[in-house]
Design a protein around this ligand. Sequence first.
Ligand SMILES: Nc1ncnc2c1ncn2[C@@H]1O[C@H](COP(=O)(O)OP(=O)(O)OP(=O)(O)O)[C@@H](O)[C@H]1O
Ligand SMILES: [Mg+2]
Length: 332
Amino acid sequence: MSDNGKEALLDIRGMEVHFETRRGIARAVNEVDLTLYKGERFGLVGESGSGKTTLILALLRMIKTPGFIAGGSATFDDGTDLIQLSQADVRQARLARVAMVPQGAMNSLNPVMRIGDQLILTMREHGIEGEREQWLKRVEELLDKVGLKPEAARLYPHELSGGMKQRVCIAQAISLNPQLILADEPTSALDVVVQRQIMQTLRQLQHELGATVLLVGHDMGLMAQFAERVGIMYGGKLVEVGTVHDIFHNPQHPYTQLLISSIPSFETKGEFKGIPGVALSLLDPPSGCLFHPRCPQATERCKAEEPRLAEVAPNQLASCLLHEEDEHAPAS
Ligand SMILES: Nc1ncnc2c1ncn2[C@@H]1O[C@H](COP(=O)(O)OP(=O)(O)OP(=O)(O)O)[C@@H](O)[C@H]1O
Ligand SMILES: [Mg+2]
């Protein structure tokens, strides 16, 4: 699929992440296929536990035991498959190619190190050489890019507000000009005004750097504002992908339809709370379509057959048997 005429940056195919628990194996990321385009802003949503963070961590090869990548590939346009890289190459690729602004990022700063020194250390660890003067200039540039004054370089994390700390984490993420920025709920701990300002900064940076941003979030209002395309996850599966307009105005998967209709007003405070029904257990998943026990449109077939993600409208993918059966199945 080449919707917006953009070139593919990263092609994720059959991504599979499992967690081995005493009660069995949880397929936290389940056969995810997703193409990210160069310079696009992609939003990933889904209720808690649907596998968003796990997918991001898999791309960074940061899945920890008892989890492991059980299959799949994530191939850059130059043929590099992140999943096949050696540990040494992965360390280089992190930040230089793929950077992350983690969930609760602002708590990841070293409390006893000045901001400037932390930024310099990050770049040094990635083999960037330079004189003190060049470093200071680079730090100043980075801080300026994320909307911080140069003086911030001399401060310690506790001297910064939550929003400022989050900006430092974004500066860290962009310090090596990555092609792909993975932002996992970068603003969830902040108040709404600060959230919006930071999203604006991220958007502006994305534009300047020409990087691709994958943003994970719960807030549909922020998503609508930020993303060009949106993907919806349910139980480790990507169940729908489309432009932000199509997802909000013409959702094709019954789960997306319920999500969108459950948002009081996504323009203002579209807090994503999930939908009614018993949450899915990854250790004891239902047969057929994972969503069928909660789906108001489920048929007998949905209990037995697994749907595949397929194009159901121009540039819109959904995994639902209603569409596989009949191309003209109800759209809303
Ligand atoms: N350390 C772990 N041990 C066992 N299972 C885990 C572990 N970490 C994650 N999982 C499984 O992976 C699933 C996906 O978790 P993940 O953190 O990716 O969800 P998420 O979509 O990011 O949720 P949230 O919105 O709450 O951040 C969880 O439902 C859980 O079953
Ligand atoms: Mg998460």
